[in-house]
Design a protein around this ligand. Structure first.
Ligand code: ADP
Length: 684
């Protein structure tokens, strides 16, 4: 009872360990694959980011270059020193320049005190400062121009917002270019940049198409924007500082990933494909493992089932290999011989259960077996020895042990302890013998009156011969011849009486039970005195017909004699009430007809006992062979059942049929010549 939970616990523990290992492997794989995919994605993102950073740097360089060129173009508007430049001419030049440079919204010419001398507005949009005026930018412009004067080159003012009448506005930045002379600046040229147009005109076309460009303040406030706000989850941003004399601007580029999110590039696609393949393999492995576990469990169940079956067997099982070594014994075999499995499986020779006196024979016979001679299919008997030294008979049934490849690897034997069977057989034989003896005695008892009647005649004859002889002697010298004759008669009668007694004695006496070859005639001769005894009393005529050249039968003589006697007696009793002249009993022996001879025996003789009695009614026929069934008051009802037992013990068959024109004929068969003697112990 305690072993089951223990086994269950161990099984559960093993299953848990196996599954936890699989789970750990799966988790590790998932983490590994996740990391790989993440790293691949990150690598790809960093590549995109780097590209964007370099795009931003290039864009800043472009803008810077364009600004420098613009400053040079502005320089060209510088009035020629010493010559008065007509205002209209300057404005015309400025207008021409504004047409070329869309990023400029206005150009002004101012005197050294920054008073406006002339100006021109871009033709591409309404004049910017018409409504707001220029005053609120004055300080920034003054600062920028001071810086420009100090550097002797262009300087920029911080950008500012100019509202437009339509509600929109523009972020603009002033460029101040001093008109330098040896004495100092003679004035300033101011160009107003629209930051949005700078983005639209000073950057490269591909960049403008693919990204959103903007100028932002360091705190992130957007000043100007070009392009559409990119949509999508993955927005990449790069910022680059555009450092100008007097002002700094931050250029920001926003770009979306061009490729779709899933499988963004070859590396990620490869890693993802490998991950899917790995997960598939893992799933297959888990499935395979599950299948294997199921098969393993099925196998274990089948093994447990077989073990339970073998353990419950009362038949001993023993397997031997082709070298004669015992390779397997079941518990029943161990119990039978009293040795443990370890003792039986040790490769010692001879086997511990071989009786020492038979070991040589067994070894020799085992060698014959191993040479490939198959044992009889229905088994053979042998004798084994228990551990305590006692011998016991066994029945061994052997079959070749064939492996999965169809090759014989040894012999499998089923061993049955038949000592109990033997004991029962012995008991039954003894009781059978006792029963037969009783039946014989009963027969004799029945014949006691017949005997006394039969003995009366010789005894009376002896008595009268003796009386006659005495009378002769008393009358004087009797003739020697008469006396001799009387004495011979006395001797004859005494002999006759002796025969009668001996015939009864022979029947009752317990004779040797061994089977022997007996001539059929001898069997009839043995019972004839007793049959005649009864026949005379019942006035039955006895006819005997024995065919010539029948040879002998192989039987237990006493038994068969009693069978014949029983049948003859039954036949004579059945003729009670029949007319005296018609009472005939036929005793016959002949060779059994071919149809009745068995295939396994070469030749059979048939004994028949026929009467001309009243026959057997069907209701009697049904119970004829039932022990203790009788229709006679003084009958025991054992005769026919014993007869059949005896005949069948000899391998023969007892039957009956109506006898024409009247009566019954009983027939039984016996083997005609010695059958093969019962097989002795052949091998272990
Ligand atoms: P028992 O002779 O002691 O009665 P049996 O077993 O010899 O016992 O016979 C059983 C019965 O079978 C007899 O009582 C008789 O009725 C019937 N029987 C046996 N032999 C014959 C026969 N030859 N003819 C008619 N009946 C028979």
């Amino acid at each position: 009872m305690k072993r089951l939970p223990e086994a269950l616990r161990r099984r559960l523990h093993n299953a848990w360990r196996r599954w936890s290992l699989w789970a750990l492997l799966a988790a590790l794989l998932v983490v590994l694959l996740g990391t790989l995919v993440w790293l691949a994605g990150r690598y790809e993102m960093s590549q995109l980011q780097n590209r964007l950073e370099s795009d931003a740097a290039a864009a800043v360089l472009d803008i810077r270059g364009a600004l420098a060129r613009n400053a040079q173009s502005l320089q060209a508007l510088q009035p020629v020193p010493g010559r008065a430049t007509p205002r209209e001419a300057w404005e015309a030049d400025a207008q021409a320049l504004l047409r070329e440079r869309r990023e400029w919204v206005r150009i002004e010419w101012r005197d050294p005190a920054l008073a406006l001398l002339a100006h021109a507005d871009t033709p591409y949009q309404p004049p910017l400062f018409e409504r707001t005026g220029r005053d609120n930018a004055h300080s920034d412009i003054a600062l920028a121009c001071a810086t420009a004067r100090r550097f002797g080159g262009p300087a920029y003012a911080p950008s500012y917002f100019v509202a437009q009448p339509d509600g929109r506005g523009l972020e603009v930045m002033e460029l101040c270019l001093p008109l330098m002379q040896a004495r100092g600046p003679t004035g300033y040229l101011l160009a107003t940049y629209s930051l949005q147009d700078m983005l639209a005109n000073l950057t490269s076309t591909p960049l403008r198409r693919s990204a959103e460009l903007s100028f932002v303040e360091p705190d992130g406030t957007r000043l100007a924007l070009h392009g559409n706000a990119p949509r999508g989850r993955r927005v990449f941003t790069a910022q680059q500082l555009l450092d100008l004399p007097g002002n700094s601007l931050m250029l920001r580029i926003n770009s979306v990933r061009s490729a779709p999110d899933l499988f963004p590039n070859v590396l990620t696609a490869l890693v993802t494909a490998m991950s899917i393949a790995l997960v598939t393999v893992l799933v297959q492995l888990v499935r395979d493992n599950r299948r294997r576990l199921r098969a393993e469990r099925g196998l274990a169940d089948a093994l447990a089932f077989r073990k339970a079956m073998e353990d419950s067997l009362v038949t001993g099982l023993r397997a031997r290999d082709l070298q004669g070594r015992t390779t397997y014994v079941n518990p029943a075999f161990c119990q039978m011989v009293g040795f443990s499995a370890a003792e039986l499986l040790s490769p010692q020779a001879p086997a511990p259960y071989w009786p020492p006196e038979l070991a040589d024979d067994y070894a020799q016979r085992q060698a014959v077996r191993l040479a490939g001679h198959a044992p009889p299919r229905d088994g053979f008997e042998s004798v084994f020895m228990r551990k305590d030294g006692s011998r016991f008979p066994v029945l061994i049934i052997e079959a070749p042990l064939i492996d999965a490849q169809g090759v014989q690897t040894g012999w499998m034997s089923a061993v049955l302890d038949i000592s109990e069977q033997r004991r029962v057989e012995e008991l039954s034989r003894a009781s059978q013998e006792r029963l037969q003896a009783t039946a014989r005695l009963a027969t004799v008892g029945e014949m006691a009156s017949l005997l006394s009647h039969e003995l009366n005649q010789p005894l009376a004859a002896i008595s009268s011969y003796a009386t006659g002889s005495m009378n002769l002697l008393r009358d004087g010298a009797p003739p020697a011849a008469d006396l001799a004759m009387a004495i011979r008669r006395i001797a004859e009668q005494a002999e006759r009486a002796g025969k009668v007694i001996r015939s009864v004695h022979d029947l009752v006496r317990r004779r040797d039970q061994a089977r022997e070859a007996v001539a059929p005639q001898a069997l009839l001769d043995a019972i004839l005195p007793l049959v005649n005894l009864q026949a005379r009393k019942l006035q039955v005529q006895v006819c005997i017909a024995v065919d010539d050249g029948l040879g002998t039968v192989w039987c237990e003589r006493t038994m068969i004699e009693q069978v014949l006697l029983n049948l003859a007696r039954n036949g004579m009793q059945a003729m009670d009430g029949i007319a005296t002249g018609e009472r005939v009993l036929w005793l016959g022996v002949r060779r059994a007809p071919a149809s009745e001879s068995r295939a396994r025996a070469p030749d059979w003789l048939e004994f028949s006992v026929a009467d001309a009695g009243r026959g057997i009614a069907p209701e009697v026929a049904r119970q004829l062979f039932t022990p203790f069934f009788t229709t006679r008051d003084e009958g025991m009802g054992l005769g026919l059942s014993l007869c059949r037992t005896v005949v069948e013990q000899h391998g023969g068959h007892l039957g009956f049929e109506p006898h024409a024109p009247r009566g019954t004929i009983f027939r039984f068969t016996l083997p005609a010549r010695p059958m093969t003697p019962p097989a002795a112990a052949t091998t272990d």
